[in-house]
Design a protein around this ligand. Structure first.
Ligand code: ADP
Length: 592
């Protein structure tokens, strides 16, 4: 109940009432006391300023036992002088000795002291000095008549004032008590009207601090607290909207970081990891907790160096993780106190591989073209240098080589052109439905003679009915012919070549098996690469360019199919061609 603000309010009100009553009390008591003192001296001055009274006193003083006569006169004037024999008394004193002679207070003679005013009167002057600090008021007036010298002394012991003051004090204390009670009640009333809304505001602020923006505070009044509550509600909705916007932005960034292929790692200015997206985890090959800057990045780019850079600057570096090449970009992400370091990781493995392949390809092309050119040149030079001295047959043989090499070069250039067209998508596939089995029969017929020339036994078997297939028949037959002619080429004479085909699960396939020289395990992956040949001499001998399977692969891929080496038992090779029966994905192909 006595919560801080409420307690303070009670204390303030109590202090206010107490101090108010203290001031009022002090003021009242002083005024009452002063009034009584003023009244006493005024009364005395009126009485002793009355010439008749004073001359009567003097006349009485001149008589025998003048003091008794003065006493009688004073008794008569008791009302005027306010003598009540309780708080105010009169005394007749001997002016020479100050001795008590008569008075309204019989005891007075024994207890009366020689006050300053009495001493003044004994010196023949009126003693009417007031002393606020003393507990009595007095006036001493010298009265002489004939030989007799007396002092009429009026003394008030202020008991009336004291009792009045104590009554006043009592009233003030009672008023104080009532005031205190009222102030406690008031504090409750104030608490209801002031502290309750403040408490509601506090609760609202606490709710907002804990992230709950749903409830708006009720506005009960139109005073300053009502305005404050309204403003608070407005502030809460603006804060909610702002936080929502920030949250939205954060979610956007999180989603971006989550799905982007580049890795992003962020550290705060003390080097502690703030963020590490899945791509970064994959590229670094480490769990986020193992990605501390000191271990992973410090040797590549010191932390302090990045922190000292401008925001639009960055440092580039490379990192090799296993067989992957990663390019790194270091940048500070804020130049304020709360900044840090951001690292973007870009996987350049494929890029590097492509560059290597391109370099290799150019080297291969140059090499492949140089060999026939060198041959042509040397044979031509020999013929020229012989200057017609060569026997006719030899010369014709040399010229045959020149023609052969020229054919080879034409072949290579044609293959390169075909590949280049396929690469750039300039080769349009004329898509149509054609019977897969008929295409195989066609190719088998065209290779039969060549197989026969090498004494190969060429057999085939269709394991299922072969359906119509969507594709560019001419290109597919080109692929089949390439695979079959390889089987013929790379099988020593008198070998066996067996073709099987079938259809299953929306796809058709054809396998060409031979019992030829086979392909070593190490080369199996690479024979589909451009210019790759297991045995260059043999391939060249048989007129191969090393581009046949690359072209075949490109064509098959354009049909969403695969060309691969299948499992093969014993010596020889099995090449498998697989195609979808229908072409669902239009891609670059067009349906003719
Ligand atoms: P090439 O014009 O040299 O025949 P390809 O691209 O058709 O080029 O074949 C690539 C290489 O794969 C060949 O040089 C050869 O070494 C190997 N190869 C292809 N088919 C066979 C097979 N049936 N038996 C053995 N080796 C093969």
């Amino acid at each position: 109940m006595f919560r801080s603000l409420h307690m303070k309010l009670v204390m303030i009100l109590l202090l206010l009432v107490t101090s108010l009553m203290a001031v009022v009390g002090a003021f009242l008591i002083t005024r009452v006391t002063n009034f009584f003192i003023d009244d006493f001296y005024q009364q005395m001055s009126d009485a002793f300023g009355d010439a008749d009274f004073v001359s009567s006193l003097r006349a009485e003083a001149g008589q025998d036992e003048g003091y008794r006569r003065i006493q009688s006169l004073l008794e008569l004037y008791a009302g005027t002088l306010g003598i009540d024999s309780r708080s105010r008394n009169y005394y007749v004193l001997d002016a020479d000795t100050g001795e008590f002679l008569a008075g309204s207070d019989e005891e007075g003679g024994a207890t009366l002291q020689q006050t300053a005013n009495i001493l003044t009167a004994r010196n023949g002057k009126v003693g009417d000095k007031r002393d606020i600090a003393s507990n009595f008021m007095d006036v001493a007036v010298p009265i002489s008549g004939g030989e007799n010298h007396y002092i009429v002394y009026i003394r008030d012991n202020r008991s009336t004032v004291a009792s009045l003051n104590s009554q006043l004090l009592l009233i003030i204390l009672q008023a104080l008590l009532v005031g205190l009670l009222v102030s406690v009640l008031l504090s409750f009333l104030l608490a209801k009207t002031m502290i309750d809304p403040i408490e509601k505001l506090t609760e609202g602020a606490e709710r907002i601090a804990s992230g709950d923006f749903d409830e708006q505070l009720e506005v009960d009044s139109t005073d300053e607290l009502g305005i404050l509550t309204n403003t608070f509600n407005d502030m809460a909705s603006v804060l909610h909207e702002t936080l929502d916007a920030v949250e939205n932005e954060r979610n956007k960034l999180d989603t971006l970081f989550l799905h982007m292929t580049d890795g992003v790692v962020a550290y705060d200015r003390d080097g502690a990891l703030i963020h590490c997206n899945p791509a970064a985890v994959g590229l670094l090959g480490r769990a986020p907790q193992e990605c501390d800057y000191a271990t992973v990045f410090e040797p590549l780019c010191p932390f302090e160096r990045v922190m000292s850079m401008q925001r639009d600057d960055f440092i580039e570096s490379t990192l090799t993780v296993g067989d992957r090449s990663v390019e790194l970009y270091f940048a500070p992400f804020s130049d304020e106190d709360r900044g840090g370091v951001l690292i973007v990781l870009h996987d350049v493995t494929e890029q590097r591989k492509t560059e290597d392949r391109r370099r290799e390809f150019v080297a291969n092309v140059s090499h492949e073209l140089r060999t026939p050119l060198t041959n042509i040149r040397s044979y031509a030079e020999t013929i020229r240098d012989a200057d017609g001295d060569l026997p006719r047959e030899t010369e014709n043989g040399f010229l045959d080589v020149v023609i052969q090499e020229t054919d080879r070069m034409t072949h290579i250039v044609q293959d390169l052109l075909t590949l280049s067209r396929l690469d750039s998508g300039r080769t349009e596939m004329v898509m149509a439905r054609f019977p897969f089995g008929e295409a195989i029969d066609n190719v088998l017929r065209s290779i039969a003679l060549e197989a026969q020339r090498h004494g190969h036994e060429l057999t085939h078997e269709y394991l299922t009915d072969l359906p119509l297939v969507m594709g560019d028949r001419g290109r597919i037959e080109q692929v089949m012919l390439n695979v079959l002619s390889n089987a013929v080429k790379y099988t020593p004479d008198g070998g066996h070549i067996h073709v099987t085909a079938g259809a299953a699960e929306g796809r058709v396939w054809m396998e060409v098996s031979d019992d030829g020289i086979g392909i070593p395990v190490a080369d199996r992956e690479r024979i589909f690469e451009r210019f790759y040949r297991v045995d260059k001499a043999r391939s060249r001998e048989s007129g191969g360019t090393g581009l046949g399977l690359s072209i075949a692969t490109e064509i098959v891929q354009r049909h969403n199919g695969t060309l691969s080496l299948a499992e093969h038992e014993g010596p020889g090779t099995t090449v498998r061609l697989e195609l979808p029966i229908l072409q669902h994905v239009v891609g670059e192909a067009s349906y003719g």
